[in-house]
Write a protein that binds this ligand. Structure first.
Ligand SMILES: CN1CCN(c2cc(NC3CC3)nc(N)n2)CC1
Length: 155
């Protein structure tokens, strides 16, 4: 299977999380963390830091690896491998980008109905700082047909 690497970073502050509304492209109209593809010769952390700054204006040298998510769509041969990071140690000012409109959410009000359907399954691990590995098979962008998620000792 052809694998494609992506990053996804979440910024925490007190009992809030910073989410971005995707303004175009894949996942448009959904709230999510900040991330994207790796450039050639870029490490996962480099790409996560770059995408974070590009998409919301914040910078962090302390992105903690929290999980790895694999996604497959029934009609698509590519396996998406998304590395999930989190930090509460960041600098800079939140700013809207062409890709994302950032907004702070209280952890009790996370808009799961306007996020990718898989999020409800792995966010509990993220919020409890428990490392996770998940695999989700999608029929279409709204329908998960199969999934596995487990806590992972070392990532
Ligand atoms: C660069 N981006 C980062 C975010 N990412 C996804 C995907 C996803 N589910 C997959 C069925 C699509 N779920 C979340 N929460 N994020 C896709 C690649």
């Amino acid at each position: 299977k052809a694998k494609k690497l992506f990053t996804l970073a979440f910024i925490r502050r007190d009992n809030q999380v910073l989410l971005g509304l995707k303004k175009r492209g894949f996942g448009v109209g959904k709230w999510n963390g900040f991330g994207g593809k790796l450039n050639p010769n870029e490490t996962l952390i480099d790409a996560a830091q770059r995408e974070l700054e590009e998409e919301c204006g914040l910078r962090s040298d302390h992105l903690a690896k929290m999980g790895v998510l694999y996604f497959e769509f029934e009609d698509n041969p590519v396996l998406m491998e998304v590395h999930v990071f989190q930090t509460s140690d960041f600098t800079g000012e939140v700013k809207e980008s062409e890709e994302m409109k950032p907004q702070w959410y209280d952890l009790r009000d996370v808009p799961f109905s306007r996020m990718w359907p898989d999020d409800v399954f792995w966010w509990p691990y993220l919020l409890e700082e428990r490392k996770f590995t998940g695999y989700f098979k999608y029929k279409d962008q709204e329908t998960i047909v199969d999934y596995v998620i487990e806590e992972t000792a070392a990532l």
